[in-house]
Ligand binder design. Structure first.
Ligand code: ATP
Ligand code: PAF
Ligand code: BAL
Length: 282
């Protein structure tokens, strides 16, 4: 049985009665198979999985899609029931921010300024603020986040470490459509034609990941993106696995953000860079 609750008092009671460690999956709703993968990973770690559904106003910029963000609570509950979730916490804005906009918020630091942070000022401060509140309110022992939002995951790990939050943060690989498109609640904004154009994001990353030299990785991905007129690239970046500078060899990450029509999408893949091999006479 999945219990739907809305208030802090109900949440405190549910957590106090939890039969196992609290395993949390935080979402903004409009649930899809990517969210379900997080719930399944959580279910493997605990008999008590708690899903939060809250479209956090603090992480949306003034010209972003807060108002039109899909809100599909009935279907979301069905998905949570299917995945054996114990409790769904779907609070109102006042329940999360009883004093209105908080005057003390998280600072996402230098990692919050690059990539997504450069395009969405204030986004990560708002995101970390609500994640920290929800970690504390749910008393989460372990929390699950998708690699699809790779920078978000990196920042949450960093916050948990830097602030000694004591919650284990687990990353879950990106779930994709059979044709490669990363699942995202925002995919439902795409027209059929835009949906076809959006495929170049995953295709570019796949092409890039077929190479092991940094310059070639970027050139291969750029070529695919440049060939699709319906897509405006915000950034294509090759970084280290922690979003620092890309190493000369070993694990790296290739990330992309682009606008398809008016919809902004992100994606990323792991890359393995090989040492440069010199010819025998050089
Ligand atoms: N395709 C996916 N695979 C794995 N995890 C995902 C996927 N999509 C989202 N998640 C994860 O689900 C959690 C909740 O994300 P959210 O509710 O914002 O969904 P979303 O599909 O990313 O939505 P949006 O389109 O708004 O970015 C986050 O940890 C996010 O990384
Ligand atoms: C982690 C999160 C639920 C915080 O609002 C959100 O950023 C998301 O859905 O990825
Ligand atoms: N999926 C990350 C949350 C956001 O885009 O606001």
């Amino acid at each position: 049985m999945t219990e739907l609750i809305h208030t802090r008092a109900e949440l405190a009671a549910a957590v106090a009665a939890a039969p196992d460690r609290v395993a949390v999956v935080m979402t903004m709703g409009a649930l899809h198979a990517g969210h379900r993968a997080l719930m399944q990973a959580a279910r493997e770690r605990s008999a008590f999985v708690l899903v939060t559904i809250f479209v956090n106003p603090l992480q949306f910029g003034p010209n972003e899609d807060f108002d039109k963000y899909p809100r599909t609570l009935e279907a979301d509950l069905e998905a949570c029931r299917d995945e054996g979730v114990s409790v769904v916490f779907a609070p109102s804005r006042d329940e999360v921010y009883p004093d209105g906009a908080p005057s003390i918020t998280m600072n996402a630091g230098a990692l919050g300024e690059i990539l997504e942070g450069a395009s969405r000022p204030g986004h990560f401060a708002g995101m970390l603020t609500v994640v920290e509140k929800l970690l504390l309110l749910t008393r989460a022992e372990v929390a699950f986040f998708g690699e699809k939002d790779f920078q978000q995951l990196a920042l949450i790990r960093r916050m948990a470490r830097d602030l000694e939050l004591g919650t284990e943060i687990v990353g879950v690989p990106t779930v994709r459509e059979p044709d490669g498109l990363a699942l995202s609640s925002r995919n439902r904004y795409l027209s059929p034609q835009e949906r076809a154009s959006a495929l170049v994001l995953s295709r570019a990353l796949r092409e890039g990941a077929a190479h092991t030299d940094g310059d070639t990785v970027l050139a291969a991905a750029t070529k695919i993106l440049d060939d699709e007129p319906g897509v405006r690239v915000d950034y294509l970046a090759l970084t280290g696995p922690d979003l620092g500078p890309a190493p000369a060899e070993g694990a790296a990450r290739l990330l992309v953000a682009a606008r398809v029509g008016s919809t902004r999408l992100i994606d990323n893949v792991p890359i393995r860079l090989a040492p440069i091999r010199l010819g025998k006479d050089r």
